[in-house]
Design a protein around this ligand. Structure first.
Ligand code: PGA
Length: 249
């Protein structure tokens, strides 16, 4: 199974110079780990500068897109535009975008738009909190079903699912899910996908975990059965953490 390290830089990186230094550290961290697909999603404004002359193994993505291709959308950036400047991946439905107003309908549209542009989509799903009754399973199922409503079987190979429980995002390793907890969700997500598209079509869909992945828990989480890698936020801009997390994969 191919492994993924997806770096979601959010707005942690404030200048092209800082961005270049983290790219360099990430490239260095990949020495001897060429089998890991490493995707950096920087602030889109820095992408062109970062890619200029870059010959290393890192590939690039964007943290969000607007759902339309062109038109009167102040501040919008389409998947096509992102692709033109070298983004191969796009994160869709991150909880921080959902909190700013991306409804399930918007997420569905964005996902469709990204896939139509031929990019790979990293669809984020995750519950806000855990209730004792286990309602969060229903919530995850609904988030998946809604986002994937119009995705064709042909496009599934461009899909990556990132399971990110919101209560763990931005926290420290001790608040992340345990490897057993991650395994349980990977099984549930794969089962839900199989129910939607059929097992044969979804068995290759990578499922990542995100939410407080740090050097302290990367090793144990990487062993979670069926998990293909990580979507990493705050630790993805810290050179030492990057190295340790990529080594763990
Ligand atoms: P975190 O963020 O690693 O800082 O918890 C993960 C994410 O939001 O993608």
């Amino acid at each position: 199974m191919k492994r993924y390290f997806v770096a979601n830089w959010k707005m942690y990186v404030g200048s092209p110079k800082e961005a270049a230094a983290i790219l360099k550290a990430t490239t260095g961290a990949m020495r001897g780990k060429k089998d890991v697909e490493t995707v950096i999603c920087p602030p889109a404004l820095f992408l062109t500068e970062l890619k200029k002359g870059y010959r290393g193994p890192v590939v690039f993505g964007v943290q969000d897109v607007f759902a339309e291709s062109k038109g009167p959308w102040t501040g919008g950036q389409s998947a096509g535009m992102a692709s033109l400047i070298g983004a191969e991946y796009a994160i869709v439905g991150h909880s921080e975008r959902r909190a700013l107003g991306d409804t399930d309908v918007v997420v569905e549209k964005k996902l469709k738009h990204v896939l139509a542009e031929g990019m790979r989509a990293i669809l984020c799903i995750g519950e806000r909190e855990r209730d004792r009754g286990g309602d969060y399973f229903g919530f995850i199922e609904q988030e998946l079903t809604s986002a994937l409503r119009t995705v064709s079987k042909k496009d599934i190979k461009k899909l990556i699912i990132a399971y990110e429980p919101i209560f763990a995002i931005g926290k420290s390793a001790d608040e992340a899910l345990t490897p057993a907890g991650v395994e349980e969700m990977v099984i549930f997500i794969r089962k839900t996908l199989a129910g939607l598209f059929g097992h044969e079509h979804v068995k290759g869909v990578p499922i990542l975990y995100g939410g407080a992945v740090e050097p302290a828990n990367a090793g144990s989480l990487a062993g979670a059965h069926g998990l293909a890698g990580f979507l990493v936020g705050h630790a993805s801009v810290r050179p030492n953490d990057i190295t340790e997390i990529i080594r763990a994969l």
